[in-house]
Design a protein around this ligand. Structure first.
Ligand code: FMN
Length: 187
């Protein structure tokens, strides 16, 4: 198990154990597990209860949909994300139902992914968010409404053996997580 950082104040065990793994075990998730993850996302808070989060997802099942999602990833992320059993594109509806811009949509997706991540931790699953993907490729390969913006891609799976990774990524995998101190965060 990866070395855990030193926490300055007590936080829940589930939050302590989370980190962004790049090595996933060759173990498939069930559709029911996937639905549980999205159910957790669904119950996040959102501005005006607009629920602007949208998802395009696939299990690693060799389907056209999976291949298209995988194609959207930056090569550096493809190198390790190929081991993950679940791959998703997160997207936000940028307009409120009344047509005005929802400037909190990305905030709310963050809350939804936070819920999904904590739910994943309870299930022994690890989540890795990625900005390294092509939004224009996603628009080319999927039917995405104009007002919906691709935001991130995310992998989920069980922890795997880091030896499946390149030397570079094995090094990243072994790094201890670092954070700014709390005093740096308080303005
Ligand atoms: C929005 C977002 C985008 C990220 N993009 C990438 C990415 O493209 N590739 C990658 O390997 N990690 C990516 N990460 C993972 C971060 O590097 C990681 O969360 C950070 O270094 C802290 O490490 P930890 O999550 O293990 O605590 C991203 C994380 C977030 C939240």
């Amino acid at each position: 198990m990866k070395q855990r950082p030193k926490f300055d104040h007590p936080i829940d065990e589930l939050l302590q154990q989370r980190w962004s793994s790049r090595a996933f075990a060759d173990k498939m998730l069930t559709e029911e597990q996937v639905m549980t993850l999205f159910e957790a996302a669904r119950w996040a808070a959102s501005c005006n209860n607009e629920q602007p989060w949208r998802f395009i997802w696939s299990l690693k099942d060799g389907s056209e949909k999976y291949n298209k999602l995988f194609e959207c990833l930056a090569p550096g992320n493809q190198e390790w994300a190929k081991t993950a059993p679940l791959l998703m594109l997160t997207l936000v509806e940028t307009l409120f139902a009344n047509g005005k811009t929802n400037k909190w949509a990305k905030h709310d997706m963050g809350l939804a992914i936070g819920n999904l991540t904590t739910q994943a931790s309870t299930m022994g699953l690890y989540v890795h968010n990625m900005a390294g993907f092509s939004a224009s490729k996603a628009r080319e390969l999927f039917t995405i409404p104009e007002t919906v913006e691709p935001l991130t891609m995310v992998t989920v799976g069980y922890l795997g053996d880091p030896s499946v990774l390149s030397e570079f990524n094995q090094g990243r995998e072994a790094q201890i997580q670092e954070r700014k101190s709390l005093t740096e965060l308080f303005l």
